[in-house]
Design a protein around this ligand. Structure first.
Ligand SMILES: Nc1ncnc2c1ncn2[C@@H]1O[C@H](COP(=O)(O)OP(=O)(O)OP(=O)(O)O)[C@@H](O)[C@H]1O
Ligand SMILES: [Mg+2]
Length: 281
């Protein structure tokens, strides 16, 4: 991870109408190149509103958002900012617009004025990075939810963004679709060093991030690593969050005399910790 800040949020407040209350209140936050940031919070805590300020879909009423060096207040940089920060949303059926998978992946590029040759290259590259080879001619309605979200992600990647923002992109999927999409997000982060922002209300999805920002009522309640925050029983209580399954299990095992002696947040880490325990006891 570099120290270069791609997005800086400075004392930002936002309300939808002049006569309605602020739903984002005095937020400070920055996103560094190469990191995976998860914004975690309950329904209505302001996650989506904040995310839409990252790529200038909304602009702050107070404070500034500097995205890729541009203040989002000046509208002449919105096109560039939105190309750099691609978003994938919750509902797979609302995001697919074209009759085939490859046309859908190409859709954003057609609008961006990319040459035909470059477009072909980018589409096939994105399709292979999302494991969609062989599905190019498929009609999107024939795909599973997880596959549809992979198509949406491929379309976002084809734009060569600096950041991919996924706003509850797995929340409408079944467990296998969820796992499938998460696998590709992890892959983009780990193997391609892609900067990722995921937004979720689900602690189980917050375990993969490098850093967590927890929102409550439009404010940052706490910021830190998942290992720090999601194993902190006092904090979880204050935030009205339950511990991830792995942490719950580790805690229960300890009560029964099985002390794994380390925090296992992902299932892979838990399996490894159990294995190590088994070999030393
Ligand atoms: N278009 C809108 N017009 C008016 N109020 C809105 C609009 N969108 C969201 N709000 C309000 O702003 C607050 C924050 O909403 P936001 O959608 O940002 O929260 P969220 O954390 O993304 O919630 P969820 O988990 O439901 O997606 C809520 O009180 C919501 O009702
Ligand atoms: Mg939301």
């Amino acid at each position: 991870m570099s120290t270069e800040k791609l997005i800086e949020v400075k004392n930002v407040s936002f309300r939808y109408r002049d006569d309605s209350p602020y739903v984002v209140k005095g937020i400070n936050l920055s996103i560094k190149r190469g990191e995976w940031l998860t914004i975690l919070g309950h329904n209505g805590s302001g996650k989506s509103t904040l995310a839409k300020m990252f790529n200038a879909l909304y602009t702050p009423n107070e404070g500034d958002v500097i995205s890729f060096g541009h203040n989002t207040k000046s509208s002449d940089t919105w096109t560039e900012i939105r190309r750099q920060a691609a978003m994938v949303f919750q509902n797979p059926d609302n995001q697919i617009v074209a009759p085939t998978v490859e046309d859908d992946v190409a859709f954003g590029l057609e609008n961006a004025g990319v040459s035909y040759e470059d477009m072909r290259r980018r589409v096939s590259d994105s399709i292979s990075r999302l494991g969609l080879e062989g599905m190019e001619k498929r009609e999107p309605h024939q795909l599973s939810g997880g596959q549809k979200q992979r198509v949406a992600l491929a379309g976002a990647l084809a734009l060569k963004p600096a950041v991919i923002i996924l706003d509850e992109a797995t929340s409408m999927l079944d467990p296998s679709g969820r796992a499938e999409v998460l696998t590709y997000i992890k892959n983009l982060h780990e193997n391609e060093n892609m900067t990722i922002i995921t937004i979720t209300h689900d602690v189980e999805e917050a375990v993969f991030a490098d850093r967590l920002v927890v929102l409550k009522d439009g404010q940052v309640l706490k910021e830190g690593t998942p290992a720090h925050l999601l194993t902190d029983a006092d904090f979880l209580r204050e935030a009205h969050l339950k511990a991830p399954f792995t942490v719950q299990l580790t805690t229960e095992l300890k009560k029964h005399g099985v002390d794994l002696r380390r925090d296992a947040l992902t299932r892979e880490e838990l399996v490894e910790a159990l294995w190590t325990y088994k070999q030393t006891h």
